[in-house]
Structure formats: structure tokens, C-alpha cells
Design a protein around this ligand. Structure first.
Ligand SMILES: Nc1ncnc2c1ncn2[C@@H]1O[C@H](COP(=O)(O)OP(=O)(O)OP(=O)(O)O)[C@@H](O)[C@H]1O
Length: 320
């Protein structure tokens, strides 16, 4: 695929992300994002590429369009372009405009979207290992009214991205792949204490992400030193909940922050929790699920769209 490099979107630990514009005049309007590795991280980007191929056609997961080695032993990974930035950008926007976090009724809908993505990730045998607002990308969505929420605002569509630290559950069972997972403010006690990585790690990080959406503040915001954060977590503390949060919100978070990871519910159980299953967001999410089921094309189990079919549809501007 021939393409032109556009504006820089961001920088991660592996390299940089730019807008990529196809050279073909017919496809130029379908912008992509390209993650370009530094020379020493090409291998990890190629691993991320392999993982993302397994999630083609999976709702709520960033879609990978192409990828491969580029000049100077670097690697390019082409992704669908999240025109609304990351969930972290969305949280900051609320902070700047309203001086608050995201309204709770919107947070319920966003939490449901992330949980559905986590359910897919875990059922395909992976742990994401780095759930946080910077790794969740936002796309133009639909009016809040479609979710049964009053007001003019838009509910974005969220997708989980950045599988650079993801690991297959079977490797963890064999005692491999437990090292260097997660971002310190988002990791649970079992990871801090003995590096135990399980899908429950993503549920704790989801709890941190939900708190961040609600309050507009990073987890453990009162602690500046990461060592102090890790000590609190090691001692069995959890981040504080805002006093104004609904009863169901507090209950949902206390389940995500269960100290014993065996007692932390999985994504499918949490999808049935009243915080995300009752009231707003429920009807629309159901509709989306039904539409997505219908759109699934025949393919191998877990690969609803074959890679070339997905890319053709994306470039043609069709819904994928
Ligand atoms: N598909 C995309 N569309 C739009 N912007 C993107 C896309 N992918 C990444 N970005 C932007 O580029 C930034 C850096 O990307 P990336 O997710 O790889 O690194 P990070 O998560 O910010 O940092 P780290 O790699 O250290 O975890 C993101 O924060 C996001 O703003």
C-alpha cells in the first residue's frame, strides 16, 4: 500500500504514531494511523501486529489494517484512525470545559463498552496487561439520547488499543510472561507483590480507569511518588471512591478492587452488574450487538472478517 505520512498523533515507549493517508485518490479520505517502531522495538510491534490480527472484526478492539517491516529494520503497523483521540484526551476535555470528570451516566456506557472488549480479549485467551485511558481510543459516536441519556452531548465509541504488553493466558499458566506488565498506577496487589498476571489484572485496571473517568484525576493522585503508590497497593489499599458516587457505582468499583484476585469478578459477570446493565446505555448497546452479529461474515471461528475483507471494507468506507 502506498501512503503519505501526515501529522504526528503521539509517542509511546516503542516509537511514534502518525496519520497515514493512502496515495490512491479514491481512498485518500480514509485516513489511517501508523505506529512506527524504533529499531530496537520492531520485534514487539510485529508481535502486536500478530495479536491484533486475531481481533479483526471484534467490536471494541482497535482494528489493524496492515503492517510489516519498513526501511532501517523498523516496523509499521497501520491502524484505523481514532479521530477523537484517546479516552485520556476525552477526560481532559471534560476537565478543561466543565472542571469535572465525565458524567456518571456517560461513564456507565463507556464502562460497558470497555467491559465488552475485555470479555472478547479474555475469551480469546489473552490478558491485555495495560488497560488505562491512554490505551483506549475514541471514535465519533452517537447522540446521548440514543442511549436514553438526556442532553445534546455525544457518546463516543471506545475501542481498546495498544496490545504491546498483551500476553496469552497459556503462557502465564506455564509460568512465562509474568514480567514487566502494566503501568504502576493501574496495577493490582498480586502484580506488585509477586508479579502474578491473570485476566483479573485487567479488571483492577478497569476499576482505575472508571475512577479516572468519574473524577478526572489519575489513580492515587494524592501520591506523587510511584514507590508510595506501590507500597499502598502492596499493603492492600485501594484508591478512594468519590463520596457522591451512586451506590451501584461504589459496589461496581469495590468488586473491581477486590484485594484477592480470585474474588474479582470476570468481565462477563461485571457486564451483568446494575452499574452497567441497567438503565441508560443498555438499549443502544443491545442494538449495536445485534447489528454487529448480522454484519459478521463467515470465516474461521473468532475471525469474523478475513483480514483482506476487513481492509477492503475499511478503505471503501464501509462499516466494519
Ligand atoms: N489508531 C490511533 N488513532 C489515533 N491516535 C492514536 C492511535 N494509536 C495511537 N494513537 C495516539 O498515539 C499515542 C501514543 O500511542 P501508544 O498507544 O502506542 O503509546 P502510549 O500508550 O501513549 O504509551 P506507551 O506505549 O508508553 O504505553 C496515543 O496516546 C494516542 O493518542
Amino acid at each position: 500500500m502506498e501512503w503519505d505520512r501526515g501529522m504526528r498523533l503521539g509517542k509511546g515507549s516503542f516509537g511514534e504514531v502518525f496519520i497515514a493517508i493512502p496515495k490512491d485518490p479514491e481512498s485518500r479520505k480514509n485516513k489511517m494511523a501508523v505506529k512506527t517502531s524504533s529499531e530496537d522495538r520492531a520485534e514487539s510491534l510485529s508481535v502486536e501486529h500478530q495479536i491484533l490480527r486475531k481481533f479483526l472484526g471484534t467490536p471494541g478492539i482497535i482494528q489493524c489494517l496492515d503492517g510489516g517491516p519498513s526501511e532501517k529494520r523498523t516496523y509499521n503497523l497501520f491502524l484505523e484512525y481514532a479521530s477523537e483521540g484517546s479516552l485520556s484526551d476525552l477526560i481532559s476535555k471534560y476537565g478543561e470545559e466543565e472542571g469535572t470528570g465525565i458524567p456518571e451516566n456517560h461513564v456507565r456506557v463507556y464502562t460497558r463498552m470497555i467491559l465488552q472488549a475485555l470479555s472478547s480479549i479474555h475469551s480469546l485467551g489473552y490478558v491485555h496487561c495495560d488497560i488505562k485511558p491512554r490505551n483506549i481510543l475514541a471514535f465519533p459516536g452517537s447522540p446521548a439520547s440514543e442511549y436514553g441519556i438526556r442532553g445534546e452531548e455525544t457518546i463516543r465509541e471506545l475501542k481498546v488499543a495498544d496490545f504491546g504488553l498483551a500476553v496469552e493466558t497459556w503462557k502465564l499458566i506455564q509460568g512465562r510472561g509474568n514480567k514487566n506488565r502494566g503501568t504502576p498506577r493501574y496495577v493490582p496487589p498480586e502484580v506488585v507483590v509477586d508479579g502474578r498476571v491473570t485476566p483479573a489484572m485487567d479488571i483492577w485496571a478497569l476499576g482505575c480507569t472508571v475512577l479516572e473517568m468519574l473524577t478526572g484525576e489519575i489513580p492515587w493522585t494524592r501520591l506523587h511518588d510511584i514507590e508510595d503508590v506501590l507500597m499502598e497497593v502492596r499493603e492492600g489499599c485501594r484508591p478512594e471512591f468519590p463520596g457522591w458516587l451512586s451506590v451501584s457505582g461504589k459496589d461496581f468499583l469495590s468488586k473491581c478492587f477486590a484485594k484477592d484476585y480470585h474474588r474479582r469478578p470476570d468481565a462477563d459477570s461485571l457486564l451483568r452488574h446494575p452499574f452497567v446493565s441497567g438503565g441508560c446505555g443498555f438499549q443502544k448497546t443491545k442494538v449495536i450487538e445485534q447489528v454487529q452479529q448480522k454484519q459478521r461474515l463467515p470465516g474461521a471461528a473468532g475471525f469474523p472478517l478475513l483480514p483482506h475483507e476487513f481492509c477492503e471494507r475499511y478503505r471503501a468506507g464501509l462499516q466494519v
